[in-house]
Design a protein around this ligand. Structure first.
Ligand code: AMP
Length: 280
């Protein structure tokens, strides 16, 4: 395992490997790694000659300074975990390695997918995500980059960004890795109180029930009403539940067999923001 902190060293190093005909897989993360991240890293290790994992808590994607400051940082343990599964290279940049002094996120137009759901509730979030992922992809220049469907909207943003910026990379979406209870693993789970951790599988339980209602012929509006009522009786505060198509991420009024649909949920457990989704 080699840890790089400067793109000036990383970029030519990776280019040499590519010149030798090796393939490179890349997984961008914000650290505080768990089995969910590791499942993506393992897929990359299987599918590529070398795997690079970046750990960078990107300031431009946080619209809330407190959230940025509270974001868990467990660098040493992260590096141990990545070493134990056979990741080859870690890129651990400083803010100054990726951003010039005072630089802010680029403003993107992704045709509307950036304004719904996470885009609506976290203004500017996707400008920050697209900016940093663009920078990271240019620094690493991988053949494949792995992203989790837990952040499904993020995958769609990244797919559009690489098209617009003509970055030559295959984006590989990966399934959500869940605890046995169904709870989607998240770096934020470690901040849950024991009571909320115990109750949190409720979120995926409701998503599964929503899927069953869809299969029984209920409309998106009926499914949505069921989910909202269920949350009203739970310890979690629902921020949004939306049913959209998977391409444009626009709310749908009917389920159609030729349009892939997904249900997206964000809920607060105390001050911890939890996100999940399910394909219908
Ligand atoms: P993060 O460190 O939270 O920015 O996540 C880095 C990558 O890992 C993103 O592509 C996430 O979607 C993905 N990821 C995080 N948690 C999970 C999970 N439970 N299952 C699958 N992918 C995940």
């Amino acid at each position: 395992m080699i840890v790089f902190t400067e793109k000036e060293k990383l970029t030519p190093f990776i280019q040499n490997l590519k010149d030798e005909g090796k393939t490179i897989g890349f997984l961008p993360t914000m650290g505080a790694l768990h089995e969910g991240h590791l499942s993506l890293a393992k897929a990359s290790i299987q599918e590529n000659d070398y795997t690079v994992v970046s750990i960078f808590v990107n300031p431009t994607q946080f619209n809330n300074l407190e959230d940025l400051e509270k974001y868990p940082r467990t660098e040493e343990k992260d590096i141990e975990l990545l070493t134990s599964i056979g990741v080859d290279y870690v890129y651990l940049p400083s803010v100054a390695d990726l951003y010039t002094e005072g630089e802010v996120a680029k403003k993107y137009d992704f045709g509307g997918i950036e304004h719904v759901m996470e885009g609506e509730f976290r203004p500017g979030h996707f400008d920050g995500v697209a900016t940093v992922v663009g920078k990271l992809l240019r620094a690493v220049n991988p053949n494949r980059a792995y992203f989790g469907e837990k952040d499904f909207q993020q995958i769609r943003i990244v797919q559009e960004m690489v098209k617009q910026e003509q970055i030559d990379v295959t984006i590989v979406p990966m399934p959500i890795f869940r605890a046995e209870t169904g709870l989607a693993l998240s770096s934020r789970n470690m901040r849950l109180t024991p009571e909320n951790l115990e109750a949190a599988p409720f979120i995926f339980q409701v998503l599964k029930e929503a899927g069953e209602l869809k299969n029984q012929g209920q409309t998106p509006a009926e499914v949505k009403a069921y989910v909202e009522e269920s949350f009203a009786q739970s310890p979690f505060e629902l921020e949004y539940f939306e049913i959209t198509d998977e391409e444009k991420l626009q709310p749908i009024s009917t389920f159609k067999s030729d349009v892939k649909a997904r249900g997206f949920v964000v809920a607060y457990a105390g001050d911890i923001r939890l996100i999940d989704n399910i394909q219908f």
